[in-house]
Design a protein around this ligand. Structure first.
Ligand SMILES: Nc1ncnc2c1ncn2[C@@H]1O[C@H](COP(=O)(O)OP(=O)(O)OP(=O)(O)O)[C@@H](O)[C@H]1O
Length: 246
């Protein structure tokens, strides 16, 4: 059964100050017996969340309140510093879309690699299907991603990330780079994924979007849960995901 269980979870980022952690500084510190204590910043502070199939959770809160970090923790990008994390189900994280891509590799190899990282087999049929979705010229498959415009790159990465349905869908980054034609197509695919995923978690500053889409909204503040608001379950046709552009 698809579920998310977080109990008293904390995540500390190490703070690598260029000065504090230079080799010279560390060697001198050791010589003069300074404590080599690592400075950290607590981005997720004692968070507990239980979610089962049907949950649509919105993460709200000011800049730096921990929304993205919490999504990355659930996606397994960062391990928790302490607490318990149990996730059951296939996760599709639409976070930083370019995470995991290697710009020096050609597009086709990147797609295969990203599929393999997410535990999927990159068969020729799947690769063809993904490329068809991008609507890019055939020959571009053999070009390194470094040569792609940001919109083209977004097409490739979005088409790859959304090629398979998700049990758990994590959304943090919106499609602001792509042109209008692709944006509409991408939004349709995203809406379908939101409707079919068992659990969806969306981080956003757009409260209207969260109210339209979610069954509960968790307000974060300094990495902690400040409040949780339960909402009526939204009707499927109310999944309108377009986010207000700044
Ligand atoms: N890679 C990192 N290394 C160190 N600290 C980080 C890193 N990423 C985020 N932080 C810190 O962790 C805290 C939470 O950041 P996070 O990006 O999760 O917030 P957010 O709520 O998603 O913010 P925003 O609304 O601006 O996207 C902030 O204090 C931020 O400075």
């Amino acid at each position: 059964m698809v579920s998310i269980h977080l109990r008293d979870v904390c995540l500390d980022y190490p703070l690598y100050g260029a000065y504090d952690f230079s080799l010279k500084r560390r060697l001198l510190g050791r010589l003069f017996r300074q404590t080599g204590e690592m400075r950290t910043i607590r981005a997720v502070d004692n968070i507990s969340i239980e979610a089962t199939a049907g949950a649509r959770i919105g993460l709200a809160g000011p800049n730096g309140s921990g929304k993205s970090t919490l999504l990355r923790l659930i996606a397994g990008v960062f391990p928790q510093t302490r607490g318990e994390v149990r996730i059951a189900g296939d996760i599709v994280p639409l976070l930083g879309l370019s995470a995991g891509a290697n710009l020096d590799f050609v597009a086709a190899d990147n797609i295969s690699l990203l599929l393999r990282i997410s535990g999927r087999k990159a068969t020729p049929a799947i690769l063809d299907e993904i490329w068809a979705f991008t609507e890019l010229e055939e020959r571009m498959q053999r070009l390194p991603l470094r040569m792609f415009s940001s919109g083209m790159l977004m097409r490739v990465l979005f088409a790859t990330a959304t090629a398979f349905p998700a049990d758990i869908l994590l959304l943090d980054e919106w499609l602001s780079v792509v042109d209008e034609n692709f944006s509409a197509k991408a939004e349709t695919r995203l809406q379908k994924m939101v409707e079919t995923a068992a659990i969806v978690i969306i981080a956003s500053h757009d409260h209207a979007l969260l109210r339209r889409t979610c069954t509960s909204i968790i307000n974060l503040d300094h990495g902690r849960i400040a409040s949780t608001v339960s909402l009526d379950a939204p009707a499927p046709h109310h999944f309108e995901l377009r986010e207000k552009r700044a």
